[in-house]
Write a protein that binds this ligand. Structure first.
Ligand code: ADP
Length: 674
C-alpha cells in the first residue's frame, strides 16, 4: 500500500480523503491556494504545499504545480477528489509520466467519457439505452436548431464537456432557441474552455437514478446499487438518497448490469458512476458516466457499510475488489443534504460571506457531517459554495427522514445565507415524505417547500424580544458604564435598555424589532417574582408571559409555561435566533423607532451577487421591453441574466464585460418610458 498520497483538492472532499488515509496508516500531503492557507484540509494533512493564487486556474488546476508538489514530498499517488483535475486526462497522463499513481481510472476511460457526445456514441455501440437526441460533431447552429425542431420541443441543450449542470439550457419553443444556445455555449466556454453542444429530448418527469460501479485491474466489476438524485435545482443535486424509493430487485439488477456494461465498454478501473434518467414507465436511459468519486458517495457507504475511498486506494494499488457482487447487500436507508451558501429566495444564487457562527449536529452512528470549513472561515467567490454535506442513516426511509429533519434543525450557520431552512422545508414536506420524486420536484412542489413563512416568522418576535431583554439585563448586571451603575437599584428596568424603548404608559414599554426591513413594535411589561423576572409581551393582539435563561449562545426560553431551547448568534448589528424549525435574523430598531428605510431593491438592477460582468446585451439608448435581457453576470461559473424591470431604455452601463462587480452594486442607469 502507498505510504504517502497527495490530495489534489480542497474543502470537504480533501478532508474526507485524509480521514480514510489516516485510518489506513497512509501519510497525506495537501495542496493549497492563497485563499486556503488556514483551511481545514491544510491543517488536517501531515504536510501541505502552497500552489498559487486563489483562483483555481492559478492553483488547483495548475497540474504542473500539483505534480511538483507530489515529487517534492515523495507522495506515491495523487487522489484528485471530484471537480478540478479529477476528470482531466492530460493530468492523469502527467502523473503516469512522473511515475505517480493517479487514484482513478486509466486515461483511455477518462477520455472516452470526457465528452458527453463521444460517450453516447460508445454507449450506443455497447447497446446501452440512450435519450433520443443529436450528439454529432457538426456544430453548425442551423443543424442544432433543425435537430431540435425535428425532435419537437422541449429539448435540452447540453455542453458536451459539461458537469455540475453548467452549460445546460431547457428550450421550450423554437423562438427561445437562439438565445438559449448562445447562453449555453458561453457558459460552457467559460466553465470548460469548450462549447461543443448536444441536444436531447427533454423528458418532463424523469427521475435521476445513478449506479455506483467499481472495477479493479483484474477485470472484476461490481455495482454498489443505486442513488436517487432527483431532487435538484438548476439541474444540480440537493438531496440524494439510497436506495431509490420504489426500486424493484429486477430493475435494480437491470440497471446495475447496464452500468457494468458501460464501465466495461471503456475498460474502467476504480470508482465510477453511471447516471441514468428513469422514466415513469420504468424505462431508463444512459445520460453520462462520471469517472471519479461523486459528491454523494456517502449515501452508498451508509447503506453498504463500505468505505469507498478505501476501495479506491486498494484498487489503485493493484489489489482485487474487496468484495464480490454476492457479498454486497443493502442495509437501511440514507440521505445526504448538501448545505450551500446560497439564497433559495433569490433563485438559489450563490452567496459569499464569513461563517461567523457554525454549530453542526452531533455526529453519531446515524448522523455524519462531511465538511471542510470551520467557524471563522470564508465562503469566497473562488470556489464552489458548498459548506458541508449532512448524511443520515436509519433502518428505513421514514426513520432516516426523521433523522434528516432533526439534524437539519440542529445545523446552525451565521454570517452567510444558507439553504438550511429550504432543505428543512423540503425534507418535511408531504410529497417528499411520500417519495413523489422526479427531477422537477422543487418546481412542482414550490408552494409546499416555500410556504408562506412570513406569519410563522412574526410569531418568533416575542422570542427575539425575550433575547434582547435577557441580554440587556445581563449587560446591566455587569454594570460597566457609569449610567448603568447609577441605576443599579433597578437592574432589570426597561429604562436601562437603549433608547429604542419608548414608554407608552406606566410600566409598559415599546421595543422595536426589525424583521425583513419592517419594524414591529412590541409592548413589554416587566414583573418581578422574587428573584425571577417575567416579561409580559403584547404583540399583534396576543399576550404571552415569557422568561428565560441566557448562557453564552444558549437560550432556554419559557412562554406561558412551554420551555424550549434556542441558539443565538450575534452579528455586527443583528442577531440570528435558531429554533427547532427556523433560523431568523432580527435587528433591534434604531432609536427613531418606526422610521426604517424601505428601499425597493427588487428592481433587479443591482448585482445579485459578487461576480464578473460577462456581456452587455443591449446598446445604451435602444428601447427595451419589460423582461428583455439587458446583461449577463457570472459567479461561481453560473450565469445570471438581468432583465428590464419595465419598458424603457438603458441610459448607461456602469461595468464593462470582464470587470468584477460587488454584490449589491448598481449595474446600470435605467429610464422607464412613460
Ligand atoms: P451534468 O453533467 O452537468 O450534471 P447531466 O447530464 O448529468 O449534467 O444532467 C444533470 C441533470 O439534468 C439530470 O440529473 C436531470 O435532472 C437533467 N437532465 C439531463 N438530461 C435530461 C433530459 N434529456 N431530460 C430531462 N432532464 C434531463
Amino acid at each position: 500500500m502507498f505510504e504517502k498520497i497527495l490530495i489534489a483538492n480542497r474543502g470537504e472532499i480533501a478532508c474526507r480523503i485524509i480521514r480514510t488515509a489516516r485510518k489506513m496508516g497512509i501519510r497525506t500531503v495537501a495542496v493549497y491556494s492563497d485563499a486556503d492557507r488556514d483551511a481545514l484540509h491544510v491543517a488536517m494533512a501531515d504536510e501541505a504545499i502552497h500552489i498559487g493564487a486563489a483562483p483555481s486556474r492559478d492553483s488547483y488546476l495548475q497540474f504542473d504545480k500539483v505534480i511538483n508538489a507530489a515529487l517534492k514530498t515523495g507522495a506515491q499517488a495523487i487522489h484528485p477528489g471530484y471537480g478540478f483535475l479529477s476528470e482531466n486526462a492530460a493530468f492523469c497522463g502527467a502523473c503516469k509520466k512522473n511515475n505517480i499513481t493517479f487514484i482513478g481510472p486509466p486515461i483511455g476511460a477518462i477520455e472516452a467519457m470526457g465528452s458527453k457526445s463521444a460517450a453516447k456514441t460508445i454507449m450506443e455501440a455497447a447497446g446501452v439505452p440512450l435519450v433520443p437526441g443529436y450528439h454529432g460533431a457538426d456544430q453548425d447552429s442551423d443543424i442544432l436548431r433543425r435537430a431540435s425542431d425535428e425532435m419537437g420541443y422541449p429539448v435540452l441543450l447540453k455542453a458536451a464537456a459539461g458537469g455540475g449542470g453548467k452549460g445546460m439550457r431547457q428550450v421550450w419553443s423554437a423562438a427561445e432557441f437562439d438565445e438559449a444556445l448562445a447562453a449555453a455555449k458561453r457558459e460552457s466556454m467559460n466553465a470548460f474552455g469548450d462549447d461543443t453542444m448536444l441536444v436531447e429530448k427533454y423528458l418532463t418527469q424523469p427521475r435521476h437514478v445513478e449506479i455506483q460501479v467499481f472495477c479493479d485491474q483484474h477485470k472484476n466489476a461490481v455495482y454498489l446499487f443505486e442513488r436517487d438524485c432527483s431532487v435538484q435545482r438548476r439541474h444540480q443535486k440537493v438531496i440524494e438518497e439510497a436506495p431509490a424509493p420504489g426500486m424493484t430487485p429486477a430493475l435494480r439488477e437491470a440497471m446495475g448490469q447496464a452500468a457494468i456494461q458501460a464501465a466495461q465498454a471503456i475498460e474502467y478501473e476504480g470508482a465510477g458512476t453511471v447516471e441514468f434518467l428513469l422514466d415513469s414507465d420504468g424505462s431508463f436511459y444512459f445520460m453520462e458516466m462520471n469517472t471519479r468519486l461523486q459528491v454523494e458517495h456517502p449515501v452508498t457507504e451508509m447503506i453498504t457499510g463500505q468505505d469507498l475511498v478505501e476501495w479506491q486506494l486498494r484498487v489503485a494499488d493493484g489489489e482485487p475488489l474487496p468484495l464480490e457482487q454476492s457479498q454486497l447487500t443493502i442495509s437501511g436507508h440514507a440521505f445526504e443534504a448538501r448545505i450551500y451558501a446560497e439564497d433559495p429566495d433569490n433563485d438559489f444564487l450563490p452567496v459569499t460571506g464569513t461563517l461567523s457562527f457554525v454549530q453542526t449536529p452531533e455526529a453519531s452512528a446515524h448522523v455524519r457531517v462531511d465538511t471542510g470549513v470551520r467557524q471563522g472561515d470564508e465562503v469566497s467567490v473562488f470556489y464552489d459554495p458548498m459548506i458541508a454535506k449532512l448524511i443520515v442513516w436509519d433502518e428505513d426511509r421514514g426513520r432516516a427522514l426523521g433523522r434528516l429533519s432533526r439534524a437539519l434543525s440542529e445545523y446552525r450557520i451565521s454570517g452567510t445565507t444558507t439553504n438550511i431552512d429550504f432543505l428543512y422545508n423540503l425534507a418535511t414536506c408531504q410529497p417528499f415524505r411520500e417519495a413523489d420524486l422526479d427531477t422537477g420536484f422543487i418546481e412542482k412542489h414550490h408552494a409546499a417547500i416555500f410556504h408562506d413563512t412570513a406569519r410563522d416568522r412574526e410569531s418568533d418576535l416575542p422570542l427575539a424580544a425575550l433575547y434582547l431583554l435577557l441580554r440587556q439585563s445581563q449587560k446591566v448586571g455587569a454594570g460597566s458604564s457609569p449610567a448603568v451603575e447609577s441605576s443599579r437599584r433597578d437592574v432589570n428596568s426597561p429604562w436601562n435598555l437603549n433608547n429604542a424603548w419608548r414608554s407608552v404608559e406606566d410600566n409598559i414599554h415599546t421595543l422595536g424589532i426589525v424583521l425583513h426591513e419592517t419594524v414591529y413594535p412590541l409592548e413589554v411589561e416587566q414583573k418581578q417574582f422574587g428573584t425571577a423576572t417575567r416579561y409580559i409581551i403584547h404583540h399583534g393582539g396576543n399576550t404571552v408571559t415569557a422568561q428565560g435563561v441566557l448562557e453564552g449562545n444558549a437560550l432556554r426560553a419559557e412562554f406561558d409555561g412551554y420551555q424550549f431551547n434556542a441558539t443565538v448568534a450575534e452579528h455586527n448589528d443583528s442577531f440570528t435566533l435558531y429554533t427547532a424549525d427556523s433560523a431568523l435574523t432580527f435587528k433591534q430598531a434604531s432609536p427613531d423607532l418606526g422610521d426604517t428605510d424601505h428601499h425597493d431593491t427588487a428592481g433587479g438592477l443591482l448585482a445579485p451577487m459578487n461576480g464578473t460582468m460577462v456581456a452587455l446585451l443591449v446598446a445604451p439608448g435602444a428601447s427595451v421591453q419589460k423582461g428583455d435581457a439587458l446583461l449577463v453576470m457570472e459567479a461561481m461559473k453560473m450565469e445570471h441574466t438581468i432583465r428590464a424591470p419595465r419598458d424603457g431604455h438603458v441610459v448607461s452601463f456602469y461595468y464593462q464585460a470582464g470587470e468584477l462587480v460587488d454584490g449589491g452594486a448598481e449595474l446600470l442607469e435605467f429610464s422607464a418610458s412613460e
